[in-house]
Design a protein around this ligand. Sequence first.
Ligand code: EPZ
Length: 452
Amino acid sequence: MAPLLFLLVYLILPNGRSWIRTSMDSIRIRGGKPLYGKIEISGAKNAALPLMVACLLTDETVTLRNLPHVADISTLINLLCQHGVSAHLNGHGDGNSNGRSISLTAKEITSTEAPYDIVRKMRAGALVLGPLLARIGKAKVSLPGGCAIGTRPMNLHLDGLEAMGATIEIEAGYMVAEAPNGLKGAEIRFDNVSVGATEDLLMAAVLADGVTVLDNAAREPEITDLVLLLKAMGAEIEGTGTERLVITGKPKLHGAEYSVMPDRIETGTYAIAAAIAGGRIELTNTRADLVTSVIEVIEAAGVDVEITDDGLIVERDPAKPISGVDVLTHPYPGYPTDMQAQIMALMTVSSGASMITETIFENRFMHVPELVRLGANINVHGRSAMVRGVKQLVGAPVMATDLRASVSLVLAGLAASGETVINRVYHLDRGYERLEEKLAACGADVERIQGE
Ligand code: EPZ
């Protein structure tokens, strides 16, 4: 009962609105206003999700601070509660994210099933596979399926767990996995870099018998955040932040307290908001070193960036033109795929041309036709998009298809003349905390229109 009560409290926003009712909401922007002010960056959704899953590895309590107040976190709490985790939330979603924490205790795993209904909505739910196998030797997890940005298979997760001694069958859309005698350490080399597979196998390896080597591992800062939490829980891991992680399994891990890293994608998104609208925004509670590749690109586009003790200041004189810059997405420390749609929005109003190439996902240009509705000049050729800058975008109703595509339309709306209405805001609510409030505080004319 208690976990459900906390979940219910968490699903209610401070103003009494619930995320459950936001799916039909839209965001209206009247563009053309430069932005001046300060934005506090929230904890990273993509770090918080695996950190929360790590609670399954111990019967003691894991407490996470700086938890972002976004819908994906609620979805994952729901899933963890189904596995028998008790969840206690402290603090509010009132802008003071540092004061918000969650305590998760997986005293006993009461169910090993991660149902389709949850995993299809949020593929990070599939990350419970490795930890459940490691902790109790079995798991039944729905295959997440494809999504708007690509097919997103699970082969690297499954091959790695099989190399560690698990047997896995695909039955009626579920990955049914068993390791009755526990997982064994193994040498695993990923054919390509995967954030999720690295996280899944890391969590499996910390409780496996013997040493596991993960080669060609992802180096994203969210992986480092997970390694640091696992170490705080008693795990032995070498190679933090490198492409070769060496994990010596332990029979048991213990509880820990940990603060979620700042959201580097939210940081980069608001940096581009200042760039596209013009003005000066100070981003606080974050780290400039997390967005080095983004800073390089926007500086090349003619935007000024100053690094501060707790973040960065991004400034562009609204009269100064934006230069076209070519961008190639790449695993960290390269330019992030999760920032591709946002930089494309900026390039639509450059004074030149820009070639944007997506190398991580095969179908991540769904924002292109919507940007074109706003007057952008973009041609897609396979994995590259040629963006020729236009003098002025013009507001229109647009439709979001995924989280980052949605926010690119918000950014374009800030620069467009007239009114832009972004529909299907539930995508934004999955990963951006109080987006319209944060932008409005800097002078943007933006509001949420509640759906029926
Ligand atoms: C994480 O997804 C992020 N999600 C994504 O952010 C991000 O775009 C992605 O990493 C890349 O940085 C979370 O952290 C919750 P991958 P993940 O496994 O782990 C292929 C956002 O907007 N692959 O690194 O699912 C895959 O198809 C989201 O916040 C396999 O082939 O991504 C893709 O082409 C969207 N086999 C590439 O690897 C596998 O078994 C990278 O995917 C696994 C992945």
